[in-house]
Design a protein. Sequence first.
Length: 421
Amino acid sequence: MLLGCIGDDFTGSSDLANTLAKQGMRTVQYTGVPNMAAKGDVEVGVVALKSRSIDVAQAIRQSLDALNWLKAQGCKQFFFKYCSTFDSTKVGNIGPVAEALADALDAGIVVFCPAFPGAGRTIYQGHLFVNDQLFNESGMDSHPLTPMTDSDIARWLQHQSSSSVGKVTSTDVLAGVDAVDSALAREQSMGNRFVVVDAIRDEDLMTIGRAVEKLPLITGGSGVAMGLPENFRKRNLISQTKVPWTGQSGRCVILSGSCSIATRAQVDLYSQAHPSLEVSPGNIMNKITTAWDVAKWVLDQTGIPLVYTSTDPESVKQVQKEFGKESSASAVETLFAETAKLLVDGGVSSLVVAGGETSGAIVEGLGITTMEVGPEIDPGVPAMRARDDLVIALKSGNFGTEDFFAKAVKVLSTDLIDPPS
Ligand code: ADP
């Protein structure tokens, strides 16, 4: 294994895995830290944790376990993946986990670059944008679990870290690899161990990728990982064998627990023409709706049904006020996990999942341990084979075009009972 990656959620990890697979590296995503060695031909191992919103000490422990496993598989360079929207609160977990990994690897300088210009996430002067909006004005300020209120990544990261945080801005990045190298050295000499690096074009990610060739630890969104495979390719370390993809026959279902703006538009569009069930968190909490009810409804449908709890920020706030933020999130996630299990036991063989935490709960609930990365459905979202009889797509909240669900179904499933529009 050449590159070892640790992702703080499942959809983010599959986004990263997708980026690296597209660049020609044989990539496997693992659910949590595996308890056995990886297959010999895997070039990138992505250990997907569900550590974004858990207790910080636990997040650090899990991340260090992942690091040790990846080291044991032969990796020399490591990547800590978090969301391109940097959705972590002031007290965690991105800063503390990065610090622990940096200490373990004895890294003197660590790059932070949660940008992906191709997907509308740019960083300019250390501020993160989603398309033309500062990202704290893009809806992320009302995220159910990790509301983000400051677009200045360096300032935000400083709240979370004892390491001093600096910036390398576009002036250096646009000037090329040598300028980034010098700027990183300058920041290190100024005592800044963590450095937020600007990226306003996808080419910038390639520049940064080349500049970090010798660094043991890189952190960021999947975008900045785009530049890393080239470093291995030019040393002839990549095998170039492509794994063929075939869709899965059998029933397909869409499950959405994401309340992000993009997902809500996708739910609106898909539900206009397909069997759709909105599940109320209040009914879950009050045990009026159970996983059995939902699974029964799904299995009674013809076509490819959608089950969702996705709703607007006002309704989320009300639910959280009534039942508590963590309890309501956990009840919704548990319902999705139990429903997915019943559905797979009932013969469903393709699953499309929207929402990072939701995906984590479902993958864990199904006991999926490895996912071989297949073709891309939409930027950042690959189709993946979890087992001989199960394929899955895990979509991060803000990813995908409005017709994402229909596109995902077409890639995953070979049996379109209800041709998606
Ligand atoms: P995203 O990728 O869009 O951030 P996640 O699945 O990571 O989506 O996060 C959404 C969180 O909100 C999950 O914990 C989910 O259980 C919770 N949730 C989903 N629907 C509702 C709702 N209607 N009310 C309150 N919380 C919800």
